[in-house]
Write a protein that binds this ligand. Structure first.
Ligand SMILES: Nc1ncnc2c1ncn2[C@@H]1O[C@H](COP(=O)(O)OP(=O)(O)OP(=O)(O)O)[C@@H](O)[C@H]1O
Length: 353
């Protein structure tokens, strides 16, 4: 469904007399199969949106090639646009318009008759829990309803491939969980291939068959969440040693299984591959050496551990940044008297249409 080879995007910015080149995407290869749900994960500024904008024909690649739904993103941009749904980070609705009008206009822009667009739109309203809101002004919908309306717009023309750019950023936990169900339904009910960007580890874990991690414009990992956790990080084994004098000796024994061992007072910890198999032997070893433990804990790795191991940075910080950005945007919106973030992104209008 998606194939990219050596995709590059370079931006040139100027501050006063200083010109800077930003290589936002730096040689990305991607392969997404039909029916796959792929989570595209990375911290702020990693290159997620820029990659998405190239794949959805909004931005011409500086170098490299990509085909989406069988069409070349440069030479066959029109066909690509007709085959995909794109739900941008900021949404595409106007606060003063009626939800149903936005949807049916959108369908007509894809060449549907008004009657077909209304019928299909109302079907999707039902599936996405928006019944009764057809004649509601977009600006009077809640954040979760507006996000689901964005998804209706992205699906109106029955695309087989849907791009979702940070679909749940800024939503409360209940609205996020609700939207996850709908995203799962995209494949189950529509057989759609879904490519979504996210900052949220739990979101990628919960939704994606495969996770692709991008950092500084380069793909640093691509696998199922379970494989990434097993291959990259190992389980975290933490020992609390009863006798302070034996801490170093315990660390040496743990060190035989784990690469790096950290010591903090009477606590010794390290990452061990498949700890379930290795820990019984470690316990016997410690016991034979007369090293008593007050406690032992084993934690399965999280995606954040994977990210930390691969890039030296934590994705948790990116989550916090994303939430802060979303909140700041909301404050800016309300200060400007806006109720709909869609008004901030006129250049994206062409994207979904
Ligand atoms: N139009 C532009 N002009 C100059 N630099 C840009 C432009 N768009 C993006 N960049 C830069 O390219 C890099 C990648 O940005 P991009 O928006 O793709 O990251 P991202 O992973 O989507 O981040 P976020 O999670 O914050 O949306 C960043 O350094 C960003 O500042």
């Amino acid at each position: 469904m998606i194939t990219a080879r050596g995709l590059v995007q370079t931006f040139h910015t100027r501050q006063g007399k200083t010109k800077t080149e930003v290589r936002a995407v730096d040689g990305v290869d991607l392969d997404v199969a039909e029916g796959e749900v792929v989570g595209f994960l990375g911290p702020n500024g990693a290159g997620k949106t820029t990659t998405l904008r190239m794949l959805t024909t909004l931005l011409r690649p500086t170098a490299g090639t990509a085909t989406v739904a069988g069409y070349d993103v440069v030479r066959e941009a029109e066909q690509v646009r007709r085959s995909i749904g794109y739900v941008s980070q900021v949404g595409a609705t106007f606060s003063g318009a009626l939800a149903g009008d936005e949807v049916s206009d959108h369908g007509q822009l894809y060449g549907m008759s008004r009657a077909d667009a209304v019928r299909r739109g109302q079907e999707l309203f039902e599936q996405l829990d928006l019944e009764g809101l057809w004649r509601r002004k977009c600006g009077k919908m809640s954040g979760g309803q507006k996000r689901r309306l964005d998804i209706v717009m992205g699906l109106i023309h029955d695309p087989t491939l849907v791009f979702l750019d940070e679909p749940t950023t800024g939503l409360d936990p209940q609205a996020r969980a609700n939207l996850w169900q709908h995203i799962r339904g995209l494949r189950e009910r529509h057989g759609a291939t879904v490519f979504l960007t996210t900052h949220y580890l739990d979101e990628a874990d919960a939704l994606a068959d495969r996770i692709v991690i991008i950092d500084k414009g380069r793909i640093v990992a691509s696998d199922t969440a379970d494989n990434l956790k097993a291959q990259v990080a190992g389980d975290l084994v933490s020992l609390e040693i009863a006798d302070t004098a034996l801490v170093t000796s315990a660390a040496e024994r743990l060190g035989a299984l784990a690469g790096d061992v950290a010591i903090d007072g009477r606590h010794v910890s390290g990452r061990v591959q498949r700890a379930g198999r290795a820990v019984p032997g470690l316990m016997r070893d410690l016991d034979a050496a007369g090293i008593a433990l007050d406690a032992i804990e084993v934690h399965r790795p999280t995606l954040d551990d994977v990210f930390l191991t691969l890039t030296g940075r934590s994705l948790r910080d990116a989550e916090a940044d994303a939430q802060a950005d979303a909140e700041a945007a909301e404050v800016a919106d309300s200060e400007a008297g806006r109720t709909d973030a869609g008004e901030q992104a006129p250049e994206l209008e062409g994207a979904t249409r």
